[in-house]
Design a protein around this ligand. Structure first.
Ligand SMILES: Nc1ncnc2c1ncn2[C@@H]1O[C@H](COP(=O)(O)OP(=O)(O)OP(=O)(O)O)[C@@H](O)[C@H]1O
Length: 355
């Protein structure tokens, strides 16, 4: 199957010797929405700029629609890029800003105007068409940047933290618009963000990066359910991580590790040394269920945030475990701080990883 975008062992070493990205492999299908997520400095923007052609690739290859574009300049690639600061020309009107990419291509005036009008209409920008770009609000500028990126009809739209400058409310509104737009146009989106909720809420798959390497590429739900590395387990969601040593199991379905708080069964490879348990996987004071892991401890903190109860339970070895449970559960309200509690967890929601 041909992919819209393929990165093959892509790497980048800057001229000062900084290794920003190494061995990046990725295949993106047509119409897919992929987010690069990771802490500041992990190499997200460098990778996006290499895809766009703004940054030389020092290792590996980039393919687009089956063509090798590794050494092509940005304007020869079927991509369009939207920057965090929008990079609009402040003294040009909205219309001139949007038309810019078509002018660069030398498109005939009539065709250009038709395309610009259509896209201004699509983004509700017609009323501002003749206003200078610096006389507009953040949300309006954001729409111009999107309109400008899309008017050239790219196969792949690259977005570098495009919502970073917006306040939380506007950010949510434009997130929704972005998702609808992407579905409607069927364009492939590659999006860079360090906001987890954005990456997890918008994309079909997330590429989690740290220190220039890919940690995991998965649909958002899978990152929560089955983190593949210690970094992802720590970075995504709210997990308890227990270290131990691998021991034999009774059945083939689960692995088992021996930790300071007892034996923990979970899903993962033989030889795993770490159990990852999501905060929402714990049950409080469970009935005895065969196969379930039980951990005795004492309640050390309780905080109710809307419909969610955030509890902390301290185990015998002083490990503190984060538990999230419906705030309306009777056991949440009945327990006093310091009270003994037992936590239960189904091994199917425990992930064992090799660390
Ligand atoms: N022009 C450059 N020369 C040398 N090193 C650079 C250059 N640009 C970026 N770097 C380094 O490369 C690494 C990756 O940077 P990059 O901007 O890709 O990270 P990022 O994940 O996008 O971070 P942020 O979220 O802060 O934008 C960092 O260590 C950064 O300091």
């Amino acid at each position: 199957m041909q992919h819209d975008l393929e990165l093959i062992s892509v790497g980048k070493t800057y001229s000062d010797g900084t290794v920003a990205v190494s061995n990046f492999d990725l295949k993106v299908a047509k119409g897919e929405f992929v987010a690069f997520l990771g802490p500041s400095g992990c190499g997200k923007s460098t990778t996006l700029r290499m895809i766009a052609g703004f940054e030389d690739i020092t290792e590996g290859e980039v393919m687009m629609m089956g063509r090798n574009v590794t050494h092509l300049p940005p304007e020869k690639r079927p991509t369009s890029m939207i920057f965090q600061n929008y990079a609009l020309f402040p003294h040009m009107t909205v219309r001139q800003n949007v038309a810019f990419g078509l002018d660069v291509k030398g498109m005939a005036k009539a065709e250009r105007n038709r395309k610009v009008d259509r896209i201004l209409d699509m983004f509700d920008l017609e009323p501002y068409a003749d206003r200078k770009a610096d006389r507009l609000s953040g949300g309006q500028r954001q729409r111009i940047a999107l309109a400008r990126g899309l008017v050239v009809e790219p196969e792949i739209l690259l977005l570098d933290e495009p919502l970073g400058a917006l306040d939380a409310n506007l950010r949510r509104i434009i997130q929704n618009e972005l998702k609808l737009l992407q579905r409607e146009l069927g364009i492939t989106f590659v999006f860079v963000t360090h906001a987890q909720s954005e990456a997890l809420g918008l994309s079909d798959r997330v590429v989690v990066m740290s220190n220039g390497v890919v940690e995991q590429i998965s649909p958002p739900r899978e990152l929560y359910r089955r983190p593949a590395t210690p970094f992802v387990a720590d970075f995504i969601g709210s997990n308890t991580i227990l270290r131990g040593r691998s021991v034999g199991t009774d059945g083939p379905a689960f692995g088992r590790i021996d930790t300071a708080v007892g034996l923990i069964d979970g899903v993962g490879p033989a030889g795993a040394t770490m159990a990852v348990i999501p905060a929402e996987a714990f049950r409080i004071q469970p009935q005895h269920t065969p196969g379930e892991v039980h951990l005795p401890g004492t309640l050390s903190a309780r905080r109710l945030v809307g419909a969610v109860g955030h509890l902390k339970v301290r185990l015998a070895d002083d490990t503190e475990i984060a538990v999230e449970i419906g705030a309306d559960r009777p056991e949440v309200r009945a327990l006093q701080i310091g009270a003994p509690v037992t936590l239960g967890v189904d091994p199917a929601s425990v992930t064992l990883i090799q660390a």
